[in-house]
Design a protein around this ligand. Structure first.
Ligand SMILES: Cc1ncc(COP(=O)(O)O)c(C=O)c1O
Length: 439
């Protein structure tokens, strides 16, 4: 692409992308009212000639960050719709009127069981299999520490993990002498062959990403289920790090065949920061042992040394909790469900098609993430030419162009997290800006 076309594309796409969709007062009314289920994004009639873009425009009007910048950082931290923030504020305010008043505390206490049931319904689990956490990392830690590790026990991870699925294993290695083995989940390798190649009599757990934050590779549900069967037959626990899963790709806990699945509310589900969930198969609740426990982990206890844990995954939770944030998580789920998770995924996939075509048409750039569905996700990774450094590029794009994207593990890989609220114009602008600096 020649330079003047690139400049034109960048200027016009940014102008388009950042143009206000409606006046701020209207925006606040629409998103901030926390109205009844059925948000504007799903309710409003389609505009003439461009039905898909019409609902997207309405959703963007409810997500301030989507028009403040070119927001390609959902894989790092997702923006939230106004309705989510309004729900958190409203519940905090409600609770604060008199936190100890039963009329208030009983209503607040419904938030967690309702959210567990909602998460279970949406992502293929029973409510009893859901523990509410504050992050994916917390879920990973609960799963990782849920075994009684012995020196020489082995865990299998991959070369495409976030530190959240690496650090716990380093700590367990240093405390208990476990051995960490690594499979290659670069684009195009065989998951089953890779895991088979690392299994030994000492393997006790496999812990890998459902969707890699580094290269966007997504485990297909059928291959994950196949791996689950293989591991179960060998008595090996199977944990998936699902930070990048729900809200980005189709996610069904049962169908994936894993034993434990950790995720968060604050990325693709657009929930409040510091919300998450861990799914644990019901039949394994007594085997995924508690490392930390406390008040509320128990169904019964006395002061003579007796206690009984809750029969559900809620046993992994304890102490006084941020209930208003969990109410916001529920609101975010409701908001995305009102649009439709299937519709969101379809839109992400069509934007990724567009991103692939655009990168293919741009000299000097390549695509590092998988090219075909269902191996790919909204985690779209551009391969930069030699001499172009992702960290420098990240800083330049943020400071000069208002484009928020991310470096990942390889210095020549640059991640655009493409969510449904992004537009083709924004993708063109981002790729043109990358090309300007690198190609
Ligand atoms: C694959 C993966 N796992 C874990 C995490 C950590 O997530 P959290 O901040 O919810 O602990 C991230 C965050 O980017 C991630 O991409």
């Amino acid at each position: 692409m020649n330079t003047s076309r690139r400049h034109f594309l960048r200027r016009s796409a940014r102008a388009l992308a950042l143009a206000p969709i409606m006046p701020v007062g209207r925006l606040a009314l629409q998103g901030g009212s926390d109205g009844a289920p059925g948000d504007a994004a799903s309710r409003s009639p389609a505009g003439p000639g461009n039905p898909q873009e019409a609902w997207v425009a309405r959703a963007r009007a409810e997500i301030p960050a989507s028009t403040e910048s070119l927001y390609f950082q959902t894989g790092g931290i997702g923006p939230a719709p106004n309705a989510v923030i309004a729900r958190v504020a409203e519940r905090l305010d409600f609770q604060n009127r008199s936190p100890a008043e039963p009329g208030i505390s009983i209503e607040m206490a419904r938030i967690e069981p309702d959210l567990r049931a909602q998460l279970g319904r949406v992502f293929g689990a029973e409510a009893e299999e859901v523990a509410l956490t504050h992050s994916t990392s917390e879920g990973i830690a609960i799963a990782a520490w849920g075994l009684n590790w012995e020196p020489g026990d082995e865990v299998v991870i991959s070369n495409q993990e976030h530190p959240a699925n690496v650090i716990p294993w380093y700590v367990l290695r240093d405390r208990f002498g476990i051995v960490i083995r690594e499979i290659d989940l670069n684009t195009g390798t065989s998951l089953i062959d890779e895991v088979r190649g690392q299994l030994s009599d000492g393997t006790r757990m496999v812990s890998i990403s459902h969707v890699s934050r580094n290269n966007g590779r997504t485990l297909r549900t059928d291959e994950s289920a196949q791996l689950g069967n293989l591991l179960r037959s060998r008595g090996v626990r199977y944990h998936l790090d699902g930070a990048q899963g729900p809200g980005c790709v189709a996610t069904d806990f049962r169908a994936l065949g894993c034993d434990c699945y950790s995720t968060c509310g604050h990325k693709w589900l657009l929930g409040p920061k510091g919300t998450g969930a861990l799914f644990v198969r019901q039949e394994l609740l007594d085997d995924v042992q508690l490392s930390w426990a406390g008040s509320h982990s128990h169904a019964a206890m006395d002061y003579e040394g007796e206690y009984t844990l809750l029969p559900s995954a809620a046993r992994y939770e304890f102490g006084t909790r941020a209930l208003a944030d969990f109410a916001g998580f529920a609101r975010a789920l409701e908001w995305t469900e009102n649009i439709g998770l299937g519709k969101i995924e379809e839109r992400i996939q069509s934007l990724v098609d567009h991103a692939i075509e655009t990168v293919d048409a741009t000299d000097g750039l390549g695509v590092s993430s998988p090219r075909s569905h269902p191996d790919r996700s909204g985690v779209f990774v551009v391969q930069l030419p030699d001499g172009c450094h992702a960290t420098q590029l990240y800083n330049d794009l943020r400071e000069d162009e208002g484009i928020l994207a991310s470096p990942v593990r390889q210095e020549r890989d640059f991640r655009l997290s493409i969510h449904f609220f992004n537009t083709r114009d924004e993708i063109d602008a981002a790729i043109a800006a990358i090309s300007d600096r690198c190609a």
